[in-house]
Design a protein around this ligand. Structure first.
Ligand code: NAD
Length: 495
């Protein structure tokens, strides 16, 4: 199915968005929810309802687990080469449909089309990378220290996986889990965020077209994720929970999974420091800050949330950043020239507004932006604050919006103290021409990922994940991503 992008408004049928089916996808069938319930999907640039997707019930969730269980043996026993070729086909189809998928992401998430295109390219890479890795899963063989036997270690698919994803990267957060799970030989049930379900269903159609057998990937949307997830985790055939989302929900799900001793991978919230030392290349640091702050209009777990700038370069950096941020074009994500789209909901705008007002009340100066605009849609303008107090709420909470708070620092030790003064530990950014200093500071910073003179580190070939309250486990990377979906089986052999 290679669909052209058709102009808005959408078809009258709530199950038809740009030709993509978007019912529950269970066992290869497109189904309404068992009680006919629907969840409305909103365009954040206007606040208008653009579609409706089924609101899955406990019965639907049970059917999805059943479908994943039925498909498990066949998929586990499918030759790695065949699994690899199907994943490769997913990659190719994603590339072919990239423009349509990007438009769909922009429509339901609001992000600028250029960001949506970037997301589709990144999301597709997880299929290419895991297609390449699927045929390189190896085991171990050795002699026991006593000499009594041989030690054989075989890596087996962990079993049925429940995958839960957020709205901020509706394609990439799904493929970052589905591709390694399928490469490992697992079957899955994906529960995407209700704010952005259309992309997940469009991708489900793509998997089917690529030859993924029925039941290997199941997708369901629900307005009651808590009870549905609890029910799925209580089924003894489910052996894995892979979650990306907020730390609060992640903690609750860890407790739920503990009841059934289920393996968990958790990609949670972030509060990334962005540190600029006096000796940094100013233009490179500004370029990096724009990417680290403004990719997805700041709605990214890796977004620079606290910007620490050394005294000698502080003023030039703050002026430069304010100029660049003020020049960004705001508008609906689907418009070709938009650089900063709307936030996902009004609630998100209200949170950003609260954080900015709190920082200003503690002495921050507004260099640009700083207030909610009039009009439709959930917009917040690109904003730069300087002299932000380390006690401001935004130094401790995820802003998740286009606000760049700058705090001055004097010494390397002070920068490290600031950077680590958070419960999170996902990403951090450092700008310095002194690579020895960069490596020294990188070693001291409590984060799972460091961008050294880079504003972007996400790469399917590198392990993505956090420490502290930012999560458990890694996605992507040479073996990390697939290992999350496998279990070691040790066989002691005497011969
Ligand atoms: P969220 O935690 O509110 O929701 C994430 C997903 O969990 C959604 O699908 C939601 O429907 C579901 N969910 C909500 N309550 C649930 C429950 N009780 N049981 C089961 N599922 C439930 O997060 P969000 O607002 O969608 O996304 C933003 C958050 O995600 C931010 O904190 C961001 O940092 C984080 N995030 C982290 C990464 C990462 O890789 N570490 C990537 C993207 C986003």
């Amino acid at each position: 199915m290679n669909l052209p992008y058709n102009a808005f408004p959408l078809d009258q049928d709530p199950y038809d968005v740009r030709g993509f089916p978007h019912r529950l996808y269970i066992g290869g069938q497109w189904l309404p929810s068992s009680d006919g319930g629907l969840i409305e999907v909103t365009d954040p640039s206007s606040g208008a309802v653009i579609a409706a997707v089924p609101d899955a019930t406990l019965e639907d969730a049970a059917a999805a687990v059943e479908a994943a269980a039925k498909a498990a043996k066949g998929w586990r026993e499918t030759a790695p080469r065949k699994r690899s070729e199907i994943l490769r086909r997913c990659f190719e189809l994603m590339v072919e449909r990239s423009e349509t998928l990007a438009m769909l992401i922009s429509l339901e998430n609001g992000k600028a089309l250029r960001d949506a295109r970037g997301e589709v390219a990144y999301a597709a890479e997880f299929f290419r990378w895991n297609a390449e890795e699927a045929v390189r899963i190896t085991g171990e063989f050795g002699t026991a220290p006593s000499g009594a036997n041989r030690i054989v270690v075989d890596y087996q698919p962990i079993g049925i996986c429940v995958l839960i994803t957020p709205w901020n990267f509706p394609a990439a957060m799904a493929t970052r889990k589905i591709a390694p799970a399928l490469a490992a030989g697992c079957t899955v049930i994906l529960k995407p965020a209700s704010e952005t379900p259309l992309t997940a269903y469009a991708l489900a159609a793509l998997y089917s077209d690529a030859g993924v057998p029925d039941g290997v990937v199941n997708v369901l949307t629900t307005s009651t994720p808590g009870p549905l997830t609890s029910a799925m985790l209580a089924d003894p055939r489910v052996r894995k929970l892979s979650f990306t989302g907020s730390t609060g929900i992640g903690r609750a799900l860890l407790a739920e999974a503990a009841k059934h001793v289920i393996s968990c991978s958790m990609e949670l919230g972030g509060n990334a420091p962005f540190i600029v030392f006096d000796d940094a290349d100013l233009d490179a640091a500004l370029d990096g800050a724009m990417i680290a702050k403004m990719r997805n209009a700041g709605e990214a777990c890796t977004a620079a949330n606290r910007i620490y700038v050394q005294s000698g370069i502080h003023d030039a950096f703050a002026d430069g950043l304010a100029q660049r941020m003020a020049a960004l074009k705001i508008g609906a994500g689907t418009k070709a020239d938009t650089e900063c789209g709307p936030m996902i909901t009004k609630k998100a705008v209200d949170k950003i507004d609260r954080l900015v007002k709190d920082a200003v009340s503690r002495g921050a100066k507004v260099l640009c932006g700083g207030s909610v605009p009039e009009g439709d849609g959930f917009f917040y303008p690109p904003t730069v604050l300087s002299e932000v107090s380390p006690d401001a709420d935004m130094a401790h909470e995820e802003i998740f919006g286009p606000v760049a708070p700058i705090t001055r620092f004097e010494s390397e030790a002070q920068a490290i103290l600031h950077a680590n003064n958070t419960e999170y530990g996902l990403a951090a950014y450092l700008y310095t021409r002194d690579v020895a200093r960069g490596m020294r500071v990188a070693a001291e910073i409590e984060a799972g990922m460091i961008g050294l003179n880079r504003g972007l580190m996400s790469d399917p070939a590198a392990p993505f994940g956090g420490v502290k309250q930012s999560g458990l486990g890694r996605e992507g990377g040479q073996h990390h991503g697939i290992a999350e979906f496998m279990e070691a089986k040790y066989i002691a052999v005497t011969f």
